[in-house]
Design a protein around this ligand. Structure first.
Ligand code: SF4
Length: 490
């Protein structure tokens, strides 16, 4: 029996068409937003539309592939045969959808290039009564995994401790997990069970079935949104689409609290196989007929040509909207390290460094950019100042913001940080007119390599950290921390 066609289709649907219930919540969030927050969500909704219409992954971070399998005890395949089919589907989907090769050996840094490796794809398999096989695929991006938090609270603190753990996790996450998404908190049990439950609930569309827990979900939802972090950490709208809460009985002496995040790209699709191998997609994912993209107002902005000189960057102020034309280069953690150790392979003076790991495919002799949204910039906090100093690059593009410590270097070097709407990978790809070159591809793999792009009106980008010491993230976060103090005092 061949399962791979159905599994590859489930991966394709999950990557290209958001679950309907998440899409509906994003539309509601858009209606409740204003200013910068509304503009961020408009870009996200436009991006979802392009993904559904063109059948392309909605985000360049196509995630680690996570499968939840319910295998009927009368189904004609054994668990290990299903797992082998899943591995094969991951390899095929990498080329066919295509999705970004995202798995790497943590010791050597090597990327096998096919989304497999020790422990991945992740498979949770449960044998259930019946003769069917049901597989849900949940691609999980790095930006929404990064802020996960586990607290071991003193049992005497009880729900007060749960609330503190949740709200602190949201503050620490800021704009990193591309808010607004789903947050799930589970408490009690053992550490691994609490996390398992929290992650499972990220995909539950409904409120909790127990009234007392559903009330807690409402309460936490209001409190998280009262923090005001907002779309992409820039304020102006909801921080979260929904909060899920659940619990397990616990040991009297231990009280684990697990907080899991999903970004707006809370992806999932489900395929069902009958005992003869016939399959159908059974999840409700958005189709073209469901799309209700708001009209995008053409945003006015400052047009900058790259390379840009110091004076022009010093004129930029936090909140300005900017469009870039010229050369930008991608660099993530590994490329930053290599620039520091070996120098840049091309002259970056006056150019923009883009925190991005794109999905790119070879078309004849040329490269075609499929998806190229920003990655979580905070990962480069410790490396950025040295890279700017060493290369003379003047602009940094990313999402989620960077450490306040960098503001003094932006001042000294005449540099600025520009925010692109997190996950809006297809909008970004449309502005990339040509791949001019790629460096360190063999050694670092597709996401970590340095790609050199020719772009035209790349944006809208918001000046989120300028060369005068201003940071929109700091502004939003200072207010959120004050609110947090009030909430945990109550
Ligand atoms: S939407 Fe943001 S957090 Fe989610 S996978 Fe994409 S880049 Fe990562």
């Amino acid at each position: 029996m061949n399962l791979t066609d159905g599994l590859v289709e489930a991966i394709r649907v999950a990557e290209t068409r958001l679950p309907k219930w998440v899409y509906e919540k994003l539309l509601e969030a858009y209606e409740k937003s204003e200013g910068r927050g509304k503009a961020q969500l408009a870009a996200v909704l436009k991006n979802i539309e392009i993904a559904a219409k063109e059948g392309k992954p909605m985000c360049q971070d196509t995630g680690l592939l996570v499968f939840h399998v319910k295998l009927g005890d009368q189904f004609p395949l054994k668990p290990w045969e299903v797992e082998e089919a899943i591995r094969e589907a991951a390899r095929r989907a990498t080329k066919e959808v295509p999705i970004r090769p995202n798995t790497m050996d943590p010791l050597s840094g090597k990327n096998p290039g096919d989304n497999t490796g020790k422990g991945v794809p992740v498979v949770h398999l449960e044998v259930v009564p019946g003769d069917e096989l049901v597989v849900s695929v949940r691609p999980k991006g790095g930006g929404s995994e990064y802020p996960s938090k586990l607290c071991m609270i003193p049992p005497s603190k009880g729900l007060k401790g749960v609330r503190e753990c949740l709200l602190n996790a949201v503050i620490e996450a800021g704009g990193k997990p591309c808010p607004p998404g789903i947050i799930s908190v589970a408490f009690g049990g053992t550490v691994e069970k609490a996390f398992e439950l929290a992650k499972e609930n990220l995909y539950r569309p409904s409120k909790h079935e127990e009234q007392r827990v559903a009330e807690l979900e409402e309460e936490f939802l209001k409190e998280v949104n009262d923090l005001g972090i907002g779309p992409m950490g820039l304020g102006g709208g909801p921080t979260v689409l929904d909060v899920k809460v659940d619990y397990l009985y616990r040991h009297p002496a231990s009280y684990p609290v697990a907080v899991a995040f999903n970004c707006w790209a809370a992806r999932e699709a489900t395929v069902k196989f009958d005992k003869d191998g016939n399959w159908e997609i059974v999840s409700e994912n958005v189709s073209e007929a469901d799309l209700r993209t708001p009209e995008l107002e053409a945003e006015e902005g400052i047009e900058l040509k790259l390379p840009v000189d110091e004076n022009e960057v010093r004129k930029l102020k936090a909140s300005d909207v900017v469009y870039l034309t010229g050369t930008i280069v991608t660099a993530r953690d590994e490329a930053h390290k290599k620039i520091i150790e070996e120098g840049s392979p091309i002259d970056l003076k006056g150019l923009a460094i883009y925190h991005c790991g794109p999905v790119v495919r070879k078309k004849g002799e040329e490269w075609e950019v499929i998806a190229a949204g920003p990655t979580t910039s905070a990962r480069m906090n410790a490396l950025q100042a040295e890279v700017l100093k060493k290369t003379g690059a003047r602009l940094v593009i990313g999402k989620g913001g960077m450490s306040d410590n960098l503001l003094k270097f932006f001042k000294e070097y005449g540099a600025a940080y520009l925010a692109f709407p997190g996950g809006a990978a297809l909008l970004a790809a449309k502005a990339i007119k040509k791949v001019k070159g790629v460096y360190w591809l063999e050694e670092l793999g597709m996401p970590e390599a340095m790609w050199v792009f020719e772009v035209e009106r790349f944006g809208p980008l918001i000046v989120a950290m300028d060369s005068h010491g201003n940071s929109l993230y700091k502004e939003v976060m200072d207010k959120a921390k004050k609110k947090l103090e009030e909430l945990v005092r109550e």
